[in-house]
Design a protein around this ligand. Structure first.
Ligand SMILES: *Cc1c(COP(=O)(O)O)cnc(C)c1O
Length: 384
């Protein structure tokens, strides 16, 4: 029986201290101890997001955070621009539709990145758009969007800029205050290395002001209720998932100890190493503007993709992710975020070669790991 090696872009591997924290007996949540821990976690989240403003903690998967980022800021009948460049960006459109919000889509072929100039053009055509919905790291395609440049464009308009950083937050450089982002959503089970179950929503002062004028189509996800509990010793309007928040505090300590910029840089290097390895194996990277936290790889037409992924898991315990939507059977995705390290990547590349070899595919054994180690040793520049 091989060891289980989770290499998917969510959920991700959970560090041992967080696992042990969750193994303890459950205590009560309306206590000074909880509020102290919650305050620490909130400080850590602000650090990860790089904001001095509020971060709201919701008990839900990331999508609940997305829903709150729609219903609190755009009224029914309002207009939103969605930068639709993948499966998760489509979700913004689906949520808007569910709440009677008019959607103007910037449709971008999957695998390509959003062009900020096109966002500017769309904003000029739709000056009544209340918000622009984008994505930091589109986990379905492996693209990292240029959120900084898009934010600059949106800042010129009246619209709020709302970013799905559910997987990208905590692994890709993103500076909420400096870049002028208004609302940003992160999930617990991606770069923050927790099990699924929490969503985090950073909100700018400008966004709070807009929210005051919106009669939110929300009760549980009414963010103002959560904000009002944050003053002083922070608390929550409903029972918090406090055992998860305790584990979160552990992980945020790890991130603070390493430094967020070091975390971002480590992922950048791992991404370069993974791409160098994949290319050396003779496979093709799918994303045109690759994200730092995951690598999407095109499955060759003449390879049985399902059998390939099954063998990786059966023989090596390596769980990577397949494609989603129309990319199912066309790509697979390897995560390099959280505690995924150099050896995880080297091992995954070697396992890919061994499985391909077993399937009768021509591979030069060791080529992937060799190319990746060149990057890790700093022998290859940042162009990879
Ligand atoms: C995982 C993910 C989501 C969905 O989050 P859930 O926790 O499954 O609701 C949305 N957007 C991106 C970019 C993701 O990676």
């Amino acid at each position: 029986m091989p060891k289980y090696r989770l290499m998917t872009p969510g959920p991700t591997q959970v560090p041992e201290d967080a696992l042990l924290r969750m193994a303890r007996q459950v205590t009560h949540h309306r206590t000074a101890e909880f509020r102290e821990l919650f305050a620490e976690a909130l400080e850590g989240l602000k650090y990860v997001v790089q904001t001095s403003g509020d971060v709201i903690v919701l008990t839900s998967s990331g999508t609940g955070g997305m829903e709150s980022a729609v219903t609190n800021f755009v009224p029914r009948g309002g207009k939103a621009i969605v930068l639709e460049a993948g499966r998760f960006a489509e979700r913004w459109s689906e949520i808007c539709a569910a709440f009677g919000i008019e959607v103007v889509k910037l449709e971008v072929p999957w695998g390509e990145a959003v062009d900020p100039a096109q966002v500017a053009a769309l904003l000029a055509d739709h000056p009544d758009a209340v918000a622009v919905y984008g994505t930091l790291m589109e986990s379905s395609t492996g693209v990292g969007h240029d959120v900084k440049a898009i934010a600059e464009v949106v800042r010129e308009s009246d619209a709020l800029f709302v970013v799905d950083a559910i997987s990208g937050g905590g692994v890709m450089e993103c500076r909420f205050d400096d870049w002028g982002i208004d609302v940003l959503v992160i999930g617990s089970q991606k770069a923050l290395m927790l099990p699924p179950g929490l969503a985090f929503v950073a909100v700018s002062e400008k966004a709070w002001q807009r929210a005051e004028a919106v009669d939110a189509q929300a009760f549980y996800f009414d963010l103002k209720q959560y904000r009002d509990k944050l003053a002083g010793d922070p608390d929550t309007p409903f029972t918090p998932a406090h055992t998860m928040i305790a584990a979160l505090a552990e992980n945020l300590r790890l991130i603070r100890r390493e430094g967020i910029e070091t975390v971002w840089e480590r992922a950048r290097v791992l991404g370069r190493a993974t791409r160098a390895g994949i290319t050396a194996i003779g496979l093709e990277v799918f994303a045109q503007r690759p994200a730092d936290g995951l690598t999407s790889v095109r499955l060759p037409d003449d390879l049985d993709g399902a059998a390939f992924l099954k063998s990786l898991e059966a023989r090596f315990g390596i769980k990577v992710a397949g494609g989603q939507g129309h990319l199912k059977g066309k790509i697979f995705r390897i995560a390099h975020m959280g505690i995924v390290d150099e050896l995880d990547i080297l091992g995954t590349l070697a396992a890919i070669e061994l499985v391909l070899d077993q399937m009768g595919w021509h591979v030069e054994l060791g080529a992937g790991a060799t190319a990746a180690t060149q990057v890790l040793a700093g022998r290859v520049g940042s162009a990879v």
